[in-house]
Design a protein around this ligand. Sequence first.
Ligand code: ZN
Length: 285
Amino acid sequence: MPEAPEVQNVITYLADQLQDAKIVDARILHPKLAANLPVDAFCTMLKNQHFRKFERLGKYLHFQLDDLDLIAHLRMEGKFLILDSMADVDALDPVKDRKHIHALFTLEDGRVLCYKDTRKFGRMYLYPKAANWQALPVLANVGKDALDPSLTAQELLEKGKKRKIPVKTFLLDQKAIAGIGNIYADEILFHAGISPATPACHLDLEDWTRILDATRALLNRAIELGGTTIRSFSYGDGHAGSFQNELAVHGKDKEDLCKNCQGKIVQTRINGRSTWYCPNCQQEK
Ligand SMILES: [Zn+2]
């Protein structure tokens, strides 16, 4: 599932490609994709709108159009592709590609913005343009973005001290802090030297400071490298990230050793999620 760095790379790519592009026709082929409106209304509203701004909150993409806010969440496998023409869309492999395209936005210059999703879990939401898009209903329960400069260790301490859940689970809770998923949660806790099983309420201000510093360093580095490409994440015309080469613990094999202590990296499950950590370097409190 794409996390903040992957979503950031998608939104940066789309901003580069679509700034001020006009939608002349919109089609949605999987009704559930249009999550908050009937498909017909959704498509009619999009017609003649231009893409004006491209932003991200956590794992959500935000497109500001002339009169509307379009919000998208890619979930497991959602991808945006831009093809040069409808003929190119029709030329796609019907089984491998075409049947997984669930939205087609034709642009004035003939290009087509396609939304492809093999799992069909992704969703789009359309609202009349709001003064503050981050307060729109679908985002009401989303916490501060992990890279929001106003986020402080003190805020994390306040939220964490009421929670007995493992810190790994806390970091995955999009209401607590938005944009971190299973890969970066493991990496952040390794770099902060904290065991993923530690109850969030056991951590002090110094622990949260290390977590926040590691979060910023790792997510920014991953954005710089185009994100992490394990399983199938890619964007645009097959762009892929390379942060997977810098992963310290997540997804490691039994033979892989910790780069700090040369000890064994352990794989376990925390709240149902596969979790990797170094028991020497990451102490439980
Ligand atoms: Zn270690």
